[in-house]
Design a protein around this ligand. Structure first.
Ligand SMILES: NC(=O)c1ccc[n+]([C@@H]2O[C@H](COP(=O)([O-])OP(=O)(O)OC[C@H]3O[C@@H](n4cnc5c(N)ncnc54)[C@H](OP(=O)(O)O)[C@@H]3O)[C@@H](O)[C@H]2O)c1
Length: 336
């Protein structure tokens, strides 16, 4: 039995379909089973919450593999970003060790670091540490921005475009991403588990950086999403201080119903790129698609941009030097 957390999310939805199609028995730890849709009849359900570690124990009974995707990008009434990502992962790892789990797969994020500006990336670095320190076989995936048609970011962009003749972009919009399609991410996990045709499970102790084939700025990604929604709009860059104040007021008024929070907006100001480009996905037998191909819009003409400080990649996402872009390298500490 494989325990999947976060099955109702962007990656989880794509992964669950592939796991069940491969005949893998799956138990999903979910807060609300209705959010699984039609998939709920194909899986075992364990009701649970990241904020409720005792719920992990039942969910882990008879489980040999855990794929832990569930995470929070905003505070929830039951727990903060730090509690739901860092502390809950640490508790999940401990519970998995006690339950005799053989392989623990964890989803971190590219750029997770204990000194990052964003609370999410700091909490991911702590969680990665907990997974890495475990004696269990473990595999860490660190993706760049993950997307799929109709996902939360695309829906938000589309809604703003319906209401406004211009598209506001928080800050300069120049943070860089290598967007990767949720289906490609799911393909990598299935391959690592040895469930893809002709693939053996990975050994454990790998860290895969999952990146798409292009390096695009936040602004370019929004422009592509506007095109995909057939709502091209001029963009306007809004000073970060103003965005922060506006979103904090919105959150105070609307609480958990706020359409966006400052913690979420800040994530689009911090680059998430890998010098290994698509190499880790390719090593798992997955060739990541371009975002234009997935969204069905013409590709952006990519110009070579001046490199921001500390970023060593050309805009097509290939590694800059001739350094071989090895796949599963031994873990690099997340607190880099
Ligand atoms: N999307 C990206 O661009 C990106 C980039 C880098 C890393 N990642 C990481 O990749 C993983 C999957 O991302 P994703 O985009 O698929 O996430 P997502 O769409 O935001 O889904 C989050 C999942 O976590 C579950 N969850 C949230 N709070 C929970 C709680 N308190 N208890 C139990 N479950 C809870 C959600 O369940 P509900 O349906 O109940 O809300 C949902 O299934 C995450 O760890 C994420 O941090 C994502």
């Amino acid at each position: 039995m494989l325990l999947l957390t976060g099955a109702t999310g962007l990656v989880g939805g794509a992964l669950l379909q592939r796991l069940t199609a491969a005949g893998q028995p799956v138990r999903c730890l979910v807060r609300d089973s209705r959010r699984l849709g039609a998939d709920r009849v194909r899986v075992q359900i364990a009701l649970g919450d990241l904020a409720d570690p005792p719920s992990f124990r039942n969910a882990l009974r008879g489980v040999h593999t855990v794929v832990h995707l569930a995470a929070a990008i905003r505070d929830q009434p039951a727990g903060s970003i730090e509690e739901l990502n860092a502390i809950a992962t640490w508790r999940m790892v401990q519970a998995a060790e006690r339950a005799g789990v053989e392989h623990f797969v964890y989803f971190s994020a590219l750029g997770a670091a204990s000194h990052d500006r964003t609370r999410l990336q700091r909490s991911k670095a702590l969680a990665e540490g907990a997974v890495r320190d475990s004696p269990m076989r473990h595999t860490i995936f660190a993706p760049s921005l993950v997307y799929a048609p109709g996902d939360r970011l695309m829906t938000l962009v589309e809604r703003i475009a319906m209401l406004s003749p211009v598209m506001p972009i928080s800050g300069r919009g120049d943070a860089l991403y290598q967007p990767i399609w949720a289906q490609d991410v799911a393909g990598c996990v299935v391959a690592a588990l040895g469930l893809a045709p002709g693939r053996a499970p990975v050994d454990g102790r790998e860290r895969y950086e999952l990146a798409g084939p292009q390096t695009l700025s936040h602004q370019q990604i929004v422009e592509l999403m506007l095109r995909a929604a057939s709502r091209p709009r001029p963009t306007i860059n809004v000073p970060t201080a103003l965005v922060r104040r506006a979103l904090r007021v919105l959150q105070a008024l609307m609480r958990s119903h706020a359409p966006a929070t400052w913690d979420e907006a800040q994530l689009l100001e911090v680059s998430m790129t890998s010098g290994r480009g698509t190499a880790d996905a390719l090593a798992l037998g997955v060739t990541p698609q371009t975002i234009g191909a997935v969204l069905g819009v013409p590709e952006l003409k990519l110009r070579r941009r001046r490199r921001p400080r500390g970023d060593g990649r050309p805009t097509d996402g290939r590694p800059r030097s001739g350094r071989p872009a090895l796949a599963a390298r031994p873990h690099a500490p997340a607190g880099r």
